[in-house]
Design a protein around this ligand. Structure first.
Ligand SMILES: Cc1cc2nc3c(=O)[nH]c(=O)nc-3n(C[C@H](O)[C@H](O)[C@H](O)COP(=O)(O)OP(=O)(O)OC[C@H]3O[C@@H](n4cnc5c(N)ncnc54)[C@H](O)[C@@H]3O)c2cc1C
Length: 285
């Protein structure tokens, strides 16, 4: 649907519900107040909104709902001024939203190529719309070779985001979860350790050159995984990652999020690895 509203100005969105995901992370389900904007608003998986709290400021936050969900979801870790202010909001409160902004995941590749999705921690937020989309558009009778692997890593079992959703993702994805560590009282019987060893469980081998990877997580994690993926035969042109940089305008004018010659807000946040390889300085094995 066409944009028919001014993206440089915030519009009002009311909070329908708030879910505490982990100790420091909350999901906010929003409803756009203005009917005209609600109808015109459309986003692509991987895009973000600028959320604002009057008198406090604005922060870029990924859209974590599915493209056809009836609410607009944002999953927020309390980090600084804006996110702390948001964490004090309640259902019914109204906040400001500008967007959607940025380039999302190349979803056409999710259809055409074998797909591998890798998320670390909060990095699952901009990938959740892809998961929701694929769940909704599940390929009936997909052969085992066509089932896309989904790898997720969290600090501990209690930090796994959207934990109760992974059971439904297992209907469409080959799900592998790992945690850095688990306390005995968390009764975790799954994988413990870093994410790269999980790549050995998904048998990339001959399919590697034809596999597209979508990756989001801490930059150090992405660097390390890209090294491993390249070593296993994935092509740089088929690896996409979502980058984070501080930003003010979200529209490519203020220059805060410049990443060498690129703006994270408008050229990204999703980049093809090959286009930013020199900046990421991944060590090719
Ligand atoms: C495209 C994009 C998508 C994003 N998606 C999400 C998302 O889905 N969910 C999410 O939670 N975040 C997301 N982020 C990150 C989020 O925008 C930042 O964490 C943002 O800075 C939060 O705003 P804030 O005002 O709460 O924090 P800020 O006040 O900007 O603080 C950010 C960081 O600075 C530190 N800091 C703040 N004040 C000080 C100080 N005085 N001294 C030292 N350190 C300080 C904080 O501890 C924190 O680590 C995204 C960022 C981008 C660019």
């Amino acid at each position: 649907m066409k944009d028919t509203y001014d993206k440089s100005l915030p519009f009002a969105a009311s909070i329908r519900w708030i879910k505490k995901e982990t100790r420091d992370t909350l999901s906010f389900a929003l409803r756009i107040e203005d009917e005209h904007i609600r109808k015109a608003y459309a986003f692509a998986p991987g895009q973000f909104n600028m959320l604002s709290v009057p008198g406090v400021g604005e922060a870029p936050i990924s859209i974590s709902s599915g493209p056809s969900d009836d609410i607009l979801l944002h999953t927020i870790r309390v980090a600084g001024d804006v996110t702390t202010a948001l964490s004090r909001f309640e259902a019914g409160n109204v906040l400001g939203v500008r967007g959607p902004f940025g380039n999302g995941w190349p979803m056409e590749r999710a259809e055409m190529k074998r797909l591998l999705i890798i998320a670390g921690g909060l990095g699952i937020a901009p990938l959740r719309p892809v998961l929701r989309y694929m769940l909704k558009n599940e390929k009936p009778n997909a052969s085992p070779a066509e089932i896309p692997p989904l790898i997720y890593g969290a600090r501990s079992p209690r930090n796994i985001l959207f934990r109760d959703e992974f059971r439904s993702y297992a209907a469409v994805f080959d799900v592998h979860i790992t945690v850095d560590k688990a306390d005995p009282q968390e009764h975790w019987s799954g994988n413990i350790g870093l994410m790269p060893p999980l790549l050995d469980k998904i048998s990339l081998s001959s399919k590697a050159p034809d596999t597209t990877a979508f990756i989001c997580g801490p930059e150090v994690m992405m660097r390390c995984l890209i090294e491993e993926l390249l070593a296993r035969g994935l092509r740089g042109e088929n690896i996409f990652l979502s980058m984070e940089r501080n930003m003010n305008c979200g529209m490519g004018t203020c220059g805060h999020c410049m990443f060498a010659q690129k703006f994270v807000c408008k050229d990204g946040p999703v980049f093809r690895y090959q286009d930013i390889a020199a900046l990421l300085a991944v060590k090719e094995l």
